[in-house]
Ligand binder design. Sequence first.
Ligand code: HEM
Length: 526
Amino acid sequence: MLSIFFNKILGDLFALLTLIIFIYIFNFYFKYFKRPNPLPGPFPLPFIGALYTKRGHLSDTKAWMKWLNESYGDLFELYIANNRVIHICKAEYVEKFFIYSSKDNKFPHRFGHSEGLKELGNNDIGLLANANLEGWKSSRLFFNSMFLPSHSERAYDAANKLWKEMESNWLSNYNNSKNVLEIDMSDWIRRFGASMIFDLNLGIKMPLMQDNKKLFSMLDMFMASFEWFIVHPYWMRHYVPPIRAHTKRLLKNRDDLFAFILKIIRERRKEIENSLISKDGNAEKMKDMLSMMIMSNTSHIVDNLTDDLNPELKRSMTEREILGNVLDSVFGGTATATSMFIHIVHMLTKNPNVVNRFRQELDSVFGEDHERPITAHDLSKLKYCDAIINEVVRLNHVLKLSARVSTEREEVAGYTWPAGSAFHINFERIHLNKSHWKDPEVFNPDRFMNNDNVTKNSLIQFGGGTRMCPGRKYATIMLKGMMTMLYRKYEVELVCEEDIVYHRDYLFAFYNNFITKLSPIHKQIS
Ligand code: HEM
């Protein structure tokens, strides 16, 4: 009797589940066949979209993108799980996304309101994923005012000091008899980048020897969380067993990372308040972004202390807003610049002629002096260095694309798109597009020595429009500074190409275990 009852319940549940799946699939294809502006692109399946086409290119997202671009053209649609995105692979189609006035730009969102990012906790704070446009705007003004060229002096100073500190750490392992230093460049440069951003943005001197593995792993995991929370719908994240377990791990990591940042914010707030009570004048000296944000939150001191601040920013920022901005400056600032640098070193190890020419340029600026601190004036003379960076960005940008979502009807690439349409500006495919570049696969920095031939928006290093990278000035100082300080003094060789670990996902590419051999060019190091 009982078993008949259970069988009936099971049967009913099965029927209900089948009905739900049927409705889901029907709804999916109903929307698919009614979508505006059908474009070429792989036919999507419910739940996974067109991700099945990655099958043949599982570990090679670059090859997958190439295949999609060659099969479906410079404007194609791709379903990532159930979400339709339009891939833009041609410079001429980019214009509308890169409008700099907030009033005229109809693509102010990067991901828009996303249930997944809301759960991840960064859909309404900071810059990167903030869909609250009012909040984003005031955070953005803050970033812009802190990254003005007038703040660059501090960046040069930090870069020079940190490089010296890093070198002296290297030298403690220097093998004088062999005249060679062997280091994991990916690890050191990441420490260097993180220390620089912590110093400039948070006013924290982070010793290079400090073990930051936990912090780096939290940041890497948080980055991976973006894709996870956007791609997997709520029910999948929380009810499908192996997916649920990973979601839990990512949420725990988010909590740990947020707690780490909140501790920094609260300690600084205490420091500022104590300094104001004791009137020791230390608060006046705190010009880093974190202190400025906290001071903006402490309204009675704003007027006295924050001369550098745009008057529009003199309003209280909540602790969550500060958390979002700290997160994005650390997150946006460390992995990008340091990974980009390793991409550059990698390319240069394969192109000794380019290195020789770069060295001639360095000699023309620094002569015999391979130690003196770098200045803005020095770096402004390094045109070939700029050309190398551009060419590496073109062939191997650390960020593969940038997302945009529209808020109004707008025309793009000859089609009118309704509000809420999602686009991915595919940097990688634009950078390799034959209609913009002669021999696009060939590494040739010379193509940038005469910029007249470069099609507008065919090289996108820092994005564009209202969402353009606010840290580009710091990034350029970091990249050119690190290149100069390394190559004016050392020969750089790879120890073993096969040992390098290259990670590449839909959005981002970086290296680990990038072991290099450095030997001084001019004389033995003492
Ligand atoms: C070589 C180094 C860097 C590269 C290649 C890079 C590249 C980019 C790109 C392509 C974007 C997207 C722009 C768009 O969608 O139009 C972006 C956004 C952003 N970057 Fe950078 N970046 C670098 C360094 C930095 C640094 C040093 C910081 C901060 C200190 C930073 C903070 C950010 C933030 C917060 C955003 C989001 C802006 C928004 O949505 O309003 N980046 N970056």
